[in-house]
Write a protein that binds this ligand. Structure first.
Ligand SMILES: CC(C)(COP(=O)(O)OP(=O)(O)OC[C@H]1O[C@@H](n2cnc3c(N)ncnc32)[C@H](O)[C@@H]1OP(=O)(O)O)[C@@H](O)C(=O)NCCC(=O)NCCS
Length: 204
């Protein structure tokens, strides 16, 4: 398995990346920000993405988004092809994109929003902390990305204060020693179900 910083030679994978993201979102039945092949190609062109290839076969991907005049960056669009899941690949891709983010944007806070336990686990181990949305970028372009998520009405209803996703932030100013602690998966699942009952039942 090759996990590398992607470039223009990987343009041919833009479509399969988008298709895999869309198919996974459908299976999970969760919200997701939509990506186009053009958008992915821009990331490849700018050296702001990591791709995992098994010889020539697409296995996984993640990219960097820059917000608030480089004060914040997000590691987004993490996807591992179903054939390559549960082998630790997402973790390796996240480590690689996290290092790339720090090299390219050393001053930036690195953040993400997610409903997924695997991503929460990986982020936590990398030194991210769960935070309220007020700690994240207020760049309207970032939040516009949520418009294609099926839970966007929740975000609007709460005036962007909270949603089903949990915000997580790595602040380079408070760089801590490598975390040995693992995330409490039970607590996260409980938080998720509380949020779901708070936000989703009101729709009825
Ligand atoms: C989420 C995803 C990227 C995980 O990829 P993966 O390569 O299977 O993940 P890893 O094998 O690196 O696992 C990372 C951690 O998450 C855990 N994990 C993986 N899948 C899990 C699941 N379905 N439920 C709970 N935990 C899970 C692993 O056990 C591991 O934790 P550990 O270190 O404590 O053992 C992959 O399932 C995927 O592409 N899903 C669809 C897209 C998606 O959800 N992207 C994230 C958007 S925020």
């Amino acid at each position: 398995m090759n996990i590398i910083v992607a470039n223009t030679s990987h343009f041919k994978y833009a479509q399969i990346i988008c298709d895999t993201i869309a198919a996974s979102a459908k299976v999970r039945g969760t919200g997701i920000a939509k990506r186009t092949p053009e958008y992915i190609r821009k990331k490849l062109e700018n050296g702001n993405a990591v791709i995992a290839l098994d010889n020539d076969t697409f296995a996984g991907f993640c990219y960097i988004e820059v917000w608030g005049h480089e004060k914040y960056v997000a590691n987004s669009g993490l996807i591992v092809h179903p054939d390559y899941r549960s082998k630790g690949l997402a973790k390796q891709i996240k480590v690689c994109i996290f290092k790339l983010s720090q090299e390219k944007f050393p001053e930036a806070k690195i953040f993400g929003i997610t409903t997924g336990l695997p991503v929460m686990k990986i982020n936590y181990e990398l030194g991210y902390k769960p935070v309220t949305f007020s700690e994240l970028t207020d760049d309207p372009e970032f939040w516009k990305g949520c418009q294609t998520c099926k839970n966007f009405d929740v975000l609007t209803r709460t005036e962007q204060k909270m949603c089903l996703c949990t915000g997580m932030l790595y602040d380079p100013a408070t760089k801590s020693k490598k975390k040995e602690k693992k995330i409490n998966g039970k607590a996260f699942k409980r938080l998720k179900s509380i949020k779901e009952s708070l936000f989703l039942k009101r729709k009825k």
